[in-house]
Design a binder for this molecule. Structure first.
Ligand code: ATP
Ligand code: MG
Length: 356
């Protein structure tokens, strides 16, 4: 028996709904396989915890998480707690504290899920966006002078390091190399930003030399948004900065049908610390408690978690079940269906049980 220790942090809004659904599916996989076991511990951190304790997680939160093999995360964000507190209080400290510098965001159009690209005749996509997850525009450097005065100045400094850019570039080229098309697009804004972005382009060329079998091209981020809509088939793997990839992956999620199907993995490629797996979407107050949250992003990120844990067969089995259920039209309202979260979850569990 192979046992994995999973820390579940459902947190806010629809987070608990989609994490509960994901844990049910993991349990169905456990039963189906017979040789894997998930030892899950759930942590009640998040905005409710903040309202009681004044912090999103305890001071020794990272120490508590360290012994786990992976973290399965829901969403943060509450109507009555400022966004910078929820984000900087829980999600970002985990990403940064565990040096999860590669954020990996696959995009596919799942059969049965309605996508705006279908209107222009594109029925499938297979992209992976690699987001630099440890520095860049979200380094937290900057400040404000003369606050509130007419002469006020605010700065938001992007920090790019040779170490940081080199490691994400090498990760992205290696990922592209493992995919059938072996193509990488390096996205920057190096026409307008002449320092850190030009360094990105230079380091890309250096690392490319280590991967002679990977083809690659460079693209400015503004042009990339157009290419994603107009020529989506030309894209395979993308690498971009923290901010650029954040924006491109929301666009990718929308092009694939809904944020409710888009997953993300925050990876420490060196496996010094647990990596964290989560849906891309936020807490979605507008549908919280209604039982209609799409659990597909949560299932898909669970499949990314299984791959990272070294269980590719269980991961593939889970995605086959998800694709079958979506193809049968058992999908939530955000992607044009009428099913509830629990109907989709039950159907996926059933598909896992039944597969030969
Ligand atoms: P954040 O600031 O955390 O990124 P956000 O304000 O961008 O959050 P989300 O919570 O991601 O917003 O939701 C954006 C929209 O997408 C909402 O209308 C929400 O209902 C919808 N949505 C997000 N996730 C899902 C889901 N799993 N199922 C159905 N709809 C979803
Ligand atoms: Mg958002």
């Amino acid at each position: 028996m192979r046992t994995y220790k999973i820390a579940a942090i459902p947190a806010d809004g629809i987070g608990p709904e989609v994490i509960e659904a994901g844990l049910e599916v993991l349990s169905a996989l456990e039963k189906r396989d017979g040789t894997i076991k998930f030892d899950v511990e759930t942590f009640d951190w998040g905005s409710d915890y903040y309202k009681q304790h004044g912090v999103m997680m305890p001071d020794d939160g990272l120490e508590q998480l360290k012994p786990f093999d992976a973290i399965y995360f829901g969403a943060v964000g509450a109507a009555d707690v400022p966004d910078h507190i929820t984000l900087w209080g829980l999600r970002l400290p985990i990403c940064q504290g565990f040096d999860q510098y590669a954020n990996v965001r696959p995009t596919k159009i799942i059969p049965g899920v309605s996508s705006p690209l279908k209107d222009v005749g594109v029925g499938d996509l297979d992209w992976v966006i690699v987001r630099e997850n440890s520095e860049g525009e979200y380094s937290g450097h900057g400040g404000r002078a003369h606050k509130g005065m007419p002469e006020e100045v605010g700065t938001e400094v992007s920090i790019f390091t040779r170490v940081g850019v080199t490691r994400i570039m090498r990760y992205a080229f290696a990922l592209a190399q493992s995919r059938p098309r072996k193509h990488l697009t390096v996205v920057t804004k190096s026409n307008a930003q002449r320092f850190g972005m030009v360094m990105w382009d230079e380091i890309a060329a250096e690392i490319a030399a280590e991967f002679p079998d990977v083809t690659w091209d460079k693209m400015l981020v503004d042009a990339m948004t157009v290419r994603m809509v107009k020529d989506p088939k030309s894209i395979d793997t993308i690498v971009a900065t923290n901010l650029h990839a954040d924006i491109l992956s929301d666009l990718a999620g929308a092009l694939a049908g809904s944020l409710g199907v888009a997953p993300t993995a925050n990876i420490d490629p060196e496996k010094r610390f647990p990596s964290m797996f989560e849906p891309i979407h936020g807490s979605a107050f507008d549908i919280t408690g209604k039982g209609i949250a799409n659990p597909v992003a949560s299932f898909w990120t669970a499949s990314q978690m299984l791959d990272h844990l070294g269980e590719p067969e269980a991961s593939a089995r889970l995605m086959r079940a998800v694709e079958r259920v979506c193809a049968d039209g058992i999908v939530t309202p955000d992607v044009g269906g009428t099913a509830t979260t629990s109907e989709v979850t039950d159907a996926v569990c059933e598909a896992i049980r039944r597969e030969n």
